[in-house]
Design a protein around this ligand. Structure first.
Ligand code: PLP
Length: 430
């Protein structure tokens, strides 16, 4: 194994052997090489005469660029667009995202976390978790209502074994005891990766205070029984909390609660800032030990260097400029209000008596989505029927569940949407 990787592993082992045990084989091998990028970084600081290190082309002290490209981006300085961004991301962006994270998550106060590292949005952040921590057959514990792409990121790519538990319990609250049971069912394996996503896709649910406290307590109890856990907060829809749920990431509450628990936050601008195609996300680690944080950061940079090399520079610049703008908060609030109104309208409309025979409404309080549990009609049948006869698209989640994205339906159209879904249901249930 490479000597730098061995050094990082020694640092982790020394301060927290459980984190070392959690690393995958690949995770143990990863390191950040003292290659061209390190030499370039050194030259950037010291080579005041000629810096002949970097793999870009320059003229007149600027990156070269084509006017046909720059004409769409003329408001930006070429240096903020065309050169490679550092593999960890633009330092100012990382700093601002960290400040935002601490501001939005009061439970992080006084806790030791890494600087966020820029990823090619959340999917990439999650794939880094898979690369660093999942070996073939490691259990991935998550609720049964889940974002389908997890199967690719963790299962197909890294061979994780899905261990699911029902999202809701019998009282239709978050099923913490089911989660605990599912984790403990893997006790013999010694390790599990727990994946929590709130606001949730597909349910649109975020736990309330009591549920959040119970989740944290359950994880602590599992760790006390000797299991090592990586707990990933997929915070794709962070901030879209419309009701009385907690309004911070579970990462903030789970960070550093037990030496056997490694909390990781995967978040980003994708949905939070309405820039789905920009591909800017972040991965952040919690540890009380600076050397562990340093080693995990270096291993993360290693896998970034070996996969995407670095994330898009223009996209990072756009997000950085937005975060620095005095209009940012107001504009975000406006969009939040639009989505919140839609969520409230969905709730009101679904209270109508006529829908009672058609479906139960799964509890939702946040995010982009909500789910219906159809009574006696298969979700896939309804989905196809709505497409063929009404021109309405919804997502079927298997068996009787369907997901409706109110994030992309205007408020005044929501009543019609559910009436059409209901009409489709009635056609099929006769
Ligand atoms: C729960 C969840 N996590 C992650 C993602 C991926 O986000 P990104 O587009 O930033 O990769 C999505 C996108 O739909 C999602 O729903």
């Amino acid at each position: 194994m490479n000597e730098i990787a061995q050094g990082l592993n020694r640092e982790i082992l020394q301060d927290n052997p459980h984190i070392y045990e959690l690393l995958s084989e690949l995770g143990r091998k990863l390191y950040y090489p003292k290659g061209i990028l390190t030499q370039s970084a050194e030259a950037k600081q010291k080579a005041h005469r000629f810096n002949a290190t970097i793999g870009i082309a320059t003229e007149q002290d600027q990156p070269m660029y084509l006017p046909v490209i720059h004409k769409s981006l003329a408001n930006h300085d070429p240096k903020d667009l065309y050169p490679y961004a550092p593999p960890a991301g633009k330092p100012e962006l990382r700093q601002l995202w960290r400040e935002k994270m601490i501001h939005d998550n009061p439970s992080l106060k006084g806790k030791s976390i890494s600087n966020p590292i820029v990823t090619n949005a959340l999917t990439h952040g999650l794939s880094i978790v898979a690369d660093l921590f999942i070996n073939e057959n490691d259990p991935l514990v998550l609720p049964d209502k889940l974002w389908g792409n997890y199967n690719f990121i963790f299962g197909v790519r890294s061979g994780a074994k899905n261990v699911t538990f029902p999202f809701y319990n019998e009282e239709w609250a978050f099923n913490t005891s089911g989660m605990k049971e599912a984790i403990l069912s893997q006790q013999a394996h010694g390790k599990a990766i727990v994946l929590l996503n709130f606001p949730n896709n597909p349910t649109g649910y975020t736990p309330n205070e009591q549920e959040a406290t119970d989740i944290v307590e359950a994880l602590r109890e599992v760790a006390e029984q000797g299991m090592n856990l990586v707990v990933v907060a997929d915070d794709a829809y962070f901030g879209l909390f419309f009701e009385n749920s907690i309004k911070e990431s579970l990462f903030a509450r789970i960070a550093n609660i037990h030496p056997r628990i490694l909390a990781i936050k995967v978040d980003g601008a994708t949905k939070e800032d309405y820039v789905w195609g920009f591909r800017v996300g972040f991965i952040t680690y919690a540890s009380e030990h600076p050397a562990v944080i340093n080693a995990l950061e270096k291993k993360t940079l290693g896998i970034i260097r070996g996969t995407i090399s670095s994330a898009s520079h223009p996209s990072q610049t756009f997000i950085l400029n937005a975060l620095q703008s005095p209009d940012f908060q107001t504009q975000k609030q406006e969009k939040f209000d639009v989505l919140k109104k839609r969520a409230c309208t969905v709730k009101q409309i679904l209270e109508q008596e006529k829908y009672r025979d058609a479906w139960d409404v799964y509890p939702f309080n946040s995010g982009y989505f909500m789910c219906l549990k159809l009574k006696g009609v298969q979700g896939e049948d309804l989905r196809n029927h709505l497409l063929d006869h009404y021109g309405v698209g919804i997502i079927s989640l298997g068996d009787n569940d369907v997901r409706v994205a109110f994030s992309c339906v205007e408020e005044q159209e929501i009543a019609l949407l559910f009436d059409l879904i209901y009409q489709g249901f009635k056609d099929l249930s006769v």
